[in-house]
Design a protein around this ligand. Structure first.
Ligand SMILES: *Cc1c(COP(=O)(O)O)cnc(C)c1O
Length: 430
């Protein structure tokens, strides 16, 4: 049994030239279920959650549902004690259905409709208020509904997370949050408004962050704001520092672990809380660092083409895994059915979508490739299936869960009837 790859992927091994997830042969999975196929390791998922519990025994952890909204994943996260960060009525619906406790759900969003405000009030979950204006809308809606919404304020801490610009969310020019200088005054105002009860502060500075210093900076700025809020007469029960911890997608780019994050932020959080004489609950909202490395995406080679560039054309494109196209992301490629062979040639892995940008992996050294080989794109569990689309008339793929030797379907693959879902042809055209 050969250990493969980089970092500590305890759930992935190579046995007899095949890639295994736990005790399941990935090439056999491709044959049994067809490709494209998302495959998730249950033990790795539980391990990742427990690493957060160990690093932050006193904090609540809310799983960011947008990273992966599969009900099985949400159920396991709930079973392991996580709550949920939801960013839409739909994600709230899924999180509640998965059994996440209402006290551990935070409804986020910079553009919530009145119907979504009502839904959150009825569900009894807390909301993160994104602007001074939203505070007024929400107060009115909650008063009309006869409810009281517990609210946090989404702070824009103006921190540069040193990540891809499309996933930096805490810069002062980003669309998220209330400028730090407006927060204490807004908090103060909320105390007197009907229908709302301010209970804390929230931020989320970005995603795929590989250095803990921006988190420390954000924690420190949040504590400055907490101090202003306390001085203005506000009570702070919760400080939510969001998600964003990166993972090691590339062999040369190691990522900090939850324990490293804890070392960077807990001393600041504890010391500053003590200075202020407050003892709020710390909340974190990890998405990627919980789910990304639990899952790989299997895709089969339809064509090997030697042209100006060596291409392997596979059956999954950005319709299945959008990250490379959206964020220029790197996903490590392993040949699932010939995993122990040495690399021989450089290939660019492209999908079946009718767009030049449909590239999954650029210039990778791989063994000699043949039609029918199965590639595994690693670390595809976060922002993978959840971003999949039916573009180009492509039904979405299946998702399976691996536990030891066991394999269970979490989501069946769509067939062509899914392309018709909800469509109605006006009768005059029939
Ligand atoms: C996306 C998001 C997260 C999760 O980010 P990760 O990088 O996946 O950990 C957490 N909180 C909020 C508010 C988000 O928008």
């Amino acid at each position: 049994m050969l250990k493969i790859m980089f970092g500590s992927k305890s759930h992935l091994t190579v046995r007899d030239n095949h890639l295994f997830m736990e005790d399941v042969d990935c090439a056999a999975l491709a044959e049994q279920f067809g490709t494209p196929l998302y495959v998730t390791s249950e033990s790795r998922l539980r391990e990742n959650i427990r690493a957060y519990h160990n690093a932050f025994p006193d904090a609540d952890k809310y799983f960011a549902v947008k990273a992966n909204g599969s009900m099985t994943v949400l159920k396991i996260a709930a079973e392991e004690g996580m709550g949920a960060d939801v960013f839409s009525g739909g994600e709230l619906f899924l999180a509640r259905l998965a059994g996440m406790a209402r006290e551990k759900i935070l409804y986020n969003g910079n553009s919530k409709s009145e119907a979504e405000h009502r839904m959150a009030i009825e569900a009894g979950v807390r909301m993160s208020v994104d602007s001074r204006e939203e505070l007024d809308y929400l107060s009115k809606t909650a008063s009309e509904a006869g409810g009281e919404a517990q609210i946090l304020f989404r702070v824009n801490p103006d921190v540069s997370p040193k990540t891809h610009p499309k996933i930096a969310t805490g810069l002062k020019t980003s669309k998220f949050g209330i400028p730090a200088a407006q927060v204490a005054e807004t908090y103060r105002k909320a105390i007197d408004l009907p229908g709302v009860r301010p209970v804390g502060l929230h931020c989320h500075i970005g995603s795929q962050i590989l250095d803990t210093s921006p988190f420390a900076e954000a924690a420190s700025k949040m504590m400055d704001i907490a101090s202003d809020v306390v001085a203005a007469g506000g009570k702070i029960q919760t400080i939510d520092l969001g998600g964003g911890l990166g993972i090691q997608y590339h062999p040369d780019t190691p990522a900090p672990k939850p324990a490293d994050l804890a070392a960077a932020i807990l001393p600041i959080f504890r010391d500053r809380c003590q200075d202020l004489g407050i003892s709020p609950k710390l909340v974190l909202e990890p998405g990627r660092s919980i789910i990304a490395d639990t899952t790989l995406m299997l895709t089969s080679i339809n064509a090997v083409k030697r042209a100006h560039v060596n291409f392997v054309a596979v059956d999954a494109g950005f319709n299945v895994l959008a990250r490379p196209m959206l964020y220029d992301s790197y996903h490590h490629v392993v040949v699932a059915n010939r995993a122990a062979l040495p690399p021989e040639e450089t290939y660019t892995v492209v999908g079946p979508i009718c767009e030049t940008g449909d590239i999954l992996a650029k210039e990778r050294k791989l063994p000699l490739m043949q039609r029918g080989d199965v590639l595994a794109m690693l670390d595809a569990g976060a922002y993978g299936f959840s971003m999949a689309s039916q573009y180009n008339g492509q039904p979405r793929p299946a998702e399976v869960l691996v536990s030891g030797k066991g394999v269970e379907v979490m989501r069946r693959s769509e067939d062509y009837s899914a392309l018709l879902a909800g469509q109605r042809i006006p009768p005059r055209l029939l």
